[in-house]
Write a protein that binds this ligand. Structure first.
Ligand code: CO
Length: 134
């Protein structure tokens, strides 16, 4: 059911510093910061040959990643995103399998303006999973 790894998201306490590590130390292609007020994050995209890394930093008062950064002050891996062809079919299958979909269970527009859902980490080996319809 899942296809390609679309991205790995990493929450960072210092977005410019993290972008510099990826650009200078690791020699990757790194975007300018993109503010996504609707999602409460500012993100930098690191383009790799086979996938992307999204560096995330809280934006605004009720950022969904503020608590994560409180618990992990030096940052850390936040979620992995797998591609699916049909997000409603994927959701229905996962719910049938007993997996928990976060929020109201309806896909919303993600950072790439495509429908996304998040799955409960406790059902997926302790890792928050994002599904993105491509
Ligand atoms: Co994501």
């Amino acid at each position: 059911m899942i296809g390609r790894l679309n991205h790995v998201a990493i929450v960072v306490p210092d977005l410019d510093g993290a972008a510099e590590i990826y650009r200078e130390t690791l020699g990757a292609h790194v975007s300018e910061p993109v503010a996504l007020p609707l999602h409460g994050v500012t993100t930098v995209f690191v383009e790799l040959l086979n996938t992307k890394i999204e560096l995330l930093h809280p934006l605004g008062e009720d950022s969904p990643i503020a608590l994560f950064l409180e618990r992990n002050p030096s940052g850390g891996m936040h979620h992995v995103c797998y591609e699916v062809d049909d997000i409603h079919a994927a959701r229905d299958r996962l719910v049938t399998e007993g997996a928990r979909v976060l929020g109201d269970g309806e896909p919303r527009r993600g950072a790439h303006d495509k429908p996304v859902l998040f799955l409960h980490p406790k059902d997926f080996c302790g890792t928050l999973v994002e599904l993105e319809q491509v």
